[in-house]
Design a protein around this ligand. Structure first.
Ligand SMILES: [Zn+2]
Length: 200
């Protein structure tokens, strides 16, 4: 979008009314869903540049932050905010390692400099959520569906009114199911997919 002041790391695309995709260096996507009273930031990238500044150019409303799962390319910028929502099953030691800045630096590798990573103002408080949690944004409801697989606490977020499903890494041509903390393929396939199909 032309009127967004770039930080050199993020680009913004409006994908639906009041809904934005924020690309971080072509390596990670965050989404911002804006209601009438609040906005929901879905994932926070690896922590490069100044994500909060980009979000503040898109909305003046209070922002809640939710992670589709606790991996470093989704949780890296979470410290721009004082608290974040995450599924309770992703609050274990293995996911704290996989979502750490150490892991983010390993992913960015030689292409990123240490100084590219933001110095984040907060050590944010995790607020755990479960299947069925609803984010009320004011005229817009976004519902959490627990989708264990890529991590045990992976979620997708359903926006019924706009017919949008924010899927994190779960629908992805390169879905990684080999990392520590991934479920078996059987669990990934059977535990939740039929539930989502029945909801539509
Ligand atoms: Zn992931």
């Amino acid at each position: 979008m032309n009127n967004i002041k770039s930080d050199g790391f993020h680009t913004v695309e409006q994908i639906a009314p009041d809904t934005y995709r924020i690309d971080e260096c072509g390596a990670a996507n965050c989404y911002l869903a804006v209601g009438k009273e609040r906005a929901l930031l879905i994932d926070t990238g690896c922590g490069l540049g100044n994500l909060k500044n980009i979000v503040e150019q898109l909305t003046v409303l209070p922002v809640d932050v939710v992670l589709t799962h606790a991996h470093c390319d989704h949780a890296g910028g979470v410290g721009w905010y004082e608290q974040f929502f995450v599924h309770e099953a992703d609050r274990t030691f293995v996911y704290s390692i996989l979502s750490s800045r150490l892991a983010a630096r390993a992913i960015i590798g030689k292409n990123g400099k240490r100084s590219d990573f933001a110095k984040l103002p907060f050590r944010p408080k995790p607020v755990t959520i479960r299947n069925g949690h609803v984010f009320e944004l004011g005229g817009r409801r976004i519902t959490v569906v627990h989708t264990p697989g890529h991590t045990r606490g992976s979620i997708v977020l359903l926006d019924d009114n706009h017919k949008i499903m924010f899927t994190g890494d779960d629908i992805n041509p390169f879905l990684w199911m080999h990392l520590p903390g991934c479920t078996s393929l059987k669990e990934w396939w059977f535990d939740w997919r039929l539930d989502v199909v029945w909801m539509f």
